[in-house]
Write a protein that binds this ligand. Structure first.
Ligand code: NAP
Length: 279
């Protein structure tokens, strides 16, 4: 039970990566507070996890766009568990897939507020909510989530890439501030690689671009060549939340970068072939 003395908050943990990390932490003995915007999803997830992990898991609805709700989440977690030693600022979303040039000015503004608001500002809000407690206890392990386009170009997801690039810049800068502070607070960035979750499968296409049918076909090709395994990717998080951690301000990966590069080349070839065939 490598995490038996640990307490964690994981935002956006009712599905996908956040839920998988929650299960991994619980299995390692950590006490975990799960959360997402939906009361219903939190209750359902909590009911499921409590069957195995009893009162080691608690859950509250919390929108990361709302600093007051985040403060409540932190306060309730400390009330139940006595501390919060780990934050995984995982909550995130994307809305639109397709060329930026096809978006109206109003749509850009709306998408940017929601995507950058949730992914980037929501991450800042989440960290800001736990930080006073971490500073007081002179200890904390924070994980933020990188994503597509943060380090290499990712067309058709431009607003999302802006949010994830911002997370890396912010996390690396905050890491320097932490290194100059008293205590042992560290922040690192998890880059899970492409994983098949609701984030990609529920995305909406840019209007007046391509057909749903073409998009589905391309998405299958992308997942086939690039998607990693959620389980083995999320496993990589555990060493970055343990007390003996040395890294601060590092981007660590859930799946190999070579898989992404080779997958990317195969995708281009397969998509060309599929388009020819569809004509
Ligand atoms: N899947 C990938 O390939 C991939 C790759 C790299 C990085 N990531 C990042 O990994 C993180 C998790 O994504 P995922 O792939 O696991 O997607 P997912 O299955 O859609 O999970 C997203 C989670 O975030 C919650 N959420 C969304 N907006 C929220 C808000 N405003 N406040 C609180 N919770 C919110 C969702 O629940 P509610 O809707 O109930 O709020 C859900 O629990 C995201 O930051 C994403 O950018 C994903």
């Amino acid at each position: 039970m490598i995490m038996k003395n640990e307490t964690a908050i994981i935002t956006g943990s009712t599905s996908g990566i956040g839920l998988n990390i929650a299960e991994k932490f619980l299995a390692a003995g950590c006490k975990v507070a799960i959360s997402s915007r939906s009361e219903e999803k939190v209750k359902k997830t909590l009911d499921e996890l409590s069957k195995k992990y009893k009162d080691s898991v608690i859950g509250f609805a919390c929108d990361v766009n709302d600093p007051k709700a985040l403060k409540k989440l932190v306060d309730k977690t400390i009330e139940k568990f006595g501390s919060v030693r780990i934050l995984v600022a995982n909550a995130g979303l994307n809305r639109t897939y397709g060329p930026f040039s096809k978006l109206t000015a109003d749509r850009v503004n709306e998408d940017a507020k929601i995507i950058i608001g949730t992914n980037l500002i929501g991450t800042l809000n989440s960290i800001s909510a736990v930080l006073p407690y971490m500073i007081q206890q002179k200890y904390g392990r924070i994980i933020t989530l990188s994503g597509a386009g943060a380090e290499r170009p990712m067309p058709n997801m431009t607003i999302y890439t802006a949010s994830k690039g911002g997370i890396i810049a912010f996390s690396k800068s905050l890491a320097v501030e932490f290194s100059q502070m008293e205590g042992d607070i560290k922040i690192n960035v998890f880059s899970p690689g492409m994983l098949k979750t609701n984030l990609g499968t529920n995305i909406k296409l840019v209007p007046n671009w391509r057909s749903e049918e073409d998009h589905k076909r391309d998405l299958e090709i992308i997942y086939k060549n690039m998607a990693g395994d959620v389980d083995s990717s999320c496993e990589k998080v555990i060493p970055y939340v343990l007390p003996d951690l040395k890294d601060n301000g590092k981007v660590f990966r859930g799946s190999s970068i070579m898989k992404m590069i080779i997958g990317g080349m195969k995708i281009q070839r397969e998509m060309k072939r599929a388009r020819k065939k569809a004509r």
